[in-house]
Design a protein around this ligand. Structure first.
Ligand code: PMP
Length: 306
């Protein structure tokens, strides 16, 4: 398990991890009524700490709150204040390694019932070791017996804590069956994503990924990979993907903040491609250099922590 740093931004200040706690009677605990995001803060070649696509993470966090109807956070918070909180929690602890920052808006109102509007919220932000959630040298995946929650039930587009029970079921099922992670299918039976990462396949030199109407989280690294592919003149298609297309793909990879860009070597006991992954091997180091702030041309995505 990843090591969690000792100080947490909670409410409006830094507190010890043990003091950043929610009531057992809060909606966050009772119903999983919190929305969150996780972004990397990495050490670049110059020894600076850089956060990746912070503005996009803030936008997705507030969009998640909007979808769920959590409406008090944005009255108190804006992007500038959010960046200030990131600066506080990172600079206070001066990590000497790459870390992930988990920022969560919790509904901390007590016994408020099954509703979301007008309820008090608290922001938490903590750092932990940036360990990958799947092997980086070829992940083995299993199609899950659990389907991805559809947009008409609990929207995956909103990163809401309670919905992650769906991911836990599918990931645990995959682990119990001897695999590293799952392939979620959507309610129509199309390929959706992994438990906490998006998926790309490569066929005949083109990147193909499920479009965003397939009940997936709109991953920030998914969008990043699409942009990097355009910049490398690799064609990208966003469309429905059948499971059997994944089986016969030339290459496949997962991507996400905690998956990075990870090649997929096996799905449901079928080897993906012939073991050569030239496009994945182009995108993987580029993605890593970009998130670390070590590749010129992508500075617009970076916030230097000061
Ligand atoms: N799908 C799910 C279900 C996830 O939890 C994540 C991780 N946040 C992703 C995809 C990848 O999203 P991102 O690139 O923004 O980390």
């Amino acid at each position: 398990m990843a090591r969690v740093y000792e100080k947490v931004f909670y409410g409006d200040k830094l507190v010890p991890l043990s003091e950043a706690s929610l009531s057992v009677a809060s909606s966050a605990v009772l119903y999983g009524l919190s929305v969150y995001t996780v972004f990397p803060v990495s050490l670049n070649n110059k020894g600076q700490l850089v956060a990746f696509r912070l503005q996009d993470h803030f936008r997705r966090l507030t969009s998640s709150a909007k979808i769920i109807g959590i409406d008090t956070f944005e009255k108190k918070w804006n992007y500038e204040r959010f960046v200030d909180a990131v600066n506080q929690v990172v600079t206070d602890q001066k990590p000497t390694e790459d870390v992930f920052v988990r920022a969560t808006i919790h509904v901390d109102a007590l016994v408020a019932g099954t509703r979301s509007r007008g309820l008090s919220t608290v922001l938490s932000m903590f750092l932990y070791e940036a360990l990958p959630i799947i092997p980086q040298d070829g992940a083995r995946l299993k199609t899950s017996v659990w389907r991805r929650i559809p947009d008409y039930a609990i929207p995956s587009r909103a990163k809401v804590n309670g919905a992650y029970v769906n991911s836990v079921l599918a990931k645990q099922d995959a682990i119990d069956s001897g695999y590293d992670d799952c392939i979620f299918l959507d309610s129509q039976g199309h390929v959706c994503e992994l438990s906490a990462a998006n998926i790309f396949i490569i066929r005949d030199g083109a990147l193909i990924t499920p479009d965003t109407t397939h009940d997936l989280l709109e991953g920030i690294n998914r969008r990043t990979v699409i942009q990097l592919a355009y910049d490398l003149d690799i064609p990208v298609v966003e469309r429905a993907v059948d499971l059997t297309e994944l089986y016969i793909a030339d290459e496949a990879f997962a991507c996400g903040t905690s998956a990075f860009v990870a090649p997929i070597k096996e799905v449901d006991a079928r080897q993906i491609g012939n073991g050569h992954t030239p496009i994945t091997e182009k995108l993987r180091p580029l993605h890593s250099a970009v998130i670390h702030g070590n590749h010129p041309g992508y500075e617009k995505w970076l916030t230097v922590i000061s």
